[in-house]
Write a protein that binds this ligand. Structure first.
Ligand code: CP3
Length: 342
């Protein structure tokens, strides 16, 4: 395997002294890139995800076209519920739908927890191919959804503004909820370790809906499982936890074995630094909608963001995924502004 020519993100996660922070964008593979949109017309979503050559091509697009310092595997967090036996439909512009939701103990017992490695073989094949095609240009990020966020989709069956059915399940049947969360956790640990074996240089766990939980409920239904994953996977590769909206958990999570914590734009860099005692690498937190601002304003605000975080122990990123309506030259301006920081 070739040596990495750009290992800025790994250095930032180790806390090494940096001349500038590394930069990548959540959801950079897909969504807004014209070449991706063209592929979308030819192949449906899960064909793109399950065909290693297509996943590889899409993963490389932002590296080649926008100049990010890391590649993230093109896949989806919902491949885990799918591998556990649930049907996952993805209709364009509608978001994911899971027609058979989890309601009972029998539903949980029926989930497949043993052959997940087998059915996700296409992911490992894609990672190997991407690693080869990257040829050491930048590190490769693997990922999974956090147990709470996956429970949300598995119980609710589709996206939601409130996730009230998922919460109702947790609040009325906590034992069942914990057994489901633990099953997802066990599989996710195996899955992330296998991603590292296949070539991922680091992994990120997306807890997209953790901020829907109160601090007390986050501690019950999200945090223990995030910590288990970080503890189990950290000896294999650095782990970034991204509990979106859960800034209140930063002090606790900064003491976990995670190498980095992602934050969104609802907290200032200064607050996040002080809540984590300056002890862990932080990633974020540019408002993705700010990429719609004029380019000079993007560049100015990126510089201010880096000034506030500092160049060390910092990975420049958005505070959530890039949106489909972002012009490519604005995404490039974001990346260039980080690279031009001096
Ligand atoms: O970062 C990357 O670019 C890698 C690819 C990636 C996708 N999904 C591809 C995708 C990643 C990291 C994800 C993670 C994901 N998927 C999350 C966590 C991150 C976040 O944004 O909060 C969540 C909650 C999902 C679930 C999901 N998948 C939703 C809600 C949707 C529909 C709308 C959308 O774009 O978010 C998807 C489909 C999906 N996953 C698309 C892409 C590029 C859009 C479908 C398409 O382009 O045809």
């Amino acid at each position: 395997m070739s040596e990495l020519k750009n290992d800025l993100i790994l250095k930032a996660l180790k806390g090494e002294k940096m001349s500038r922070p590394p930069v990548w964008m959540m959801r950079q593979a897909g969504r807004y890139l014209p070449d991706y949109i063209k592929l979308r017309e030819k192949y449906d979503f899960f064909t793109r995800v399950q065909t290693p050559e297509l996943a590889c091509e899409i993963t490389l697009q932002p590296v080649d076209q926008v100049g990010v310092d890391a590649a993230i595997l093109f896949s989806d967090i919902l491949v885990i519920p799918q591998a556990m036996g649930l049907t996952v439909l993805l209709e364009e512009n509608k978001g994911p739908v899971l027609p058979n939701v989890i309601k009972t103990k029998e539903d949980i017992d029926a989930l497949n927890c043993t052959e997940v490695d087998e059915s996700l073989n296409y992911v490992y094949k894609a990672l190997k191919l991407i690693k080869q095609e990257l040829n050491g240009r930048v590190p490769l990020i693997g990922f999974a959804g956090a147990p709470w966020t996956l429970l949300c989709y598995m119980v609710e069956g589709k996206g939601s503004k409130t996730w009230d059915k998922a919460k109702q399940f947790c609040f009325t049947q906590p034992e069942l909820a914990h057994s489901l969360l633990q099953k997802i956790t066990d599989i996710t640990i195996l899955y992330l370790k296998a991603q590292v074996n296949a070539g991922a240089d680091l992994v990120q766990v997306f807890d997209s809906w953790s901020g829907m939980l109160s601090p007390a409920d986050f501690k019950l239904f999200a945090q223990p499982y995030l910590v288990q994953i970080a503890d189990a996977v950290s000896s294999h590769a650095p782990v970034i936890l991204f509990p979106k909206g859960s800034w209140y958990a930063l002090p606790d999570l900064s003491k976990s074995s995670a190498a980095g914590l992602g934050i969104d734009w609802s907290i200032t860099p200064e607050m996040a630094r002080s809540m984590t005692n300056n002890s862990i690498t932080l990633q974020g937190n540019f408002d993705p909608s700010k990429l719609l601002a004029p380019i000079p304003q993007i560049k100015k605000e990126v510089k201010e963001m880096i000034d506030a975080f500092g160049v060390n122990r910092y990975i420049a990123n958005l505070g959530h995924g890039i949106m489909p309506n972002i012009p490519v030259d604005h995404a490039r301006a974001f990346v260039d502004a980080v690279k031009e920081y001096a």
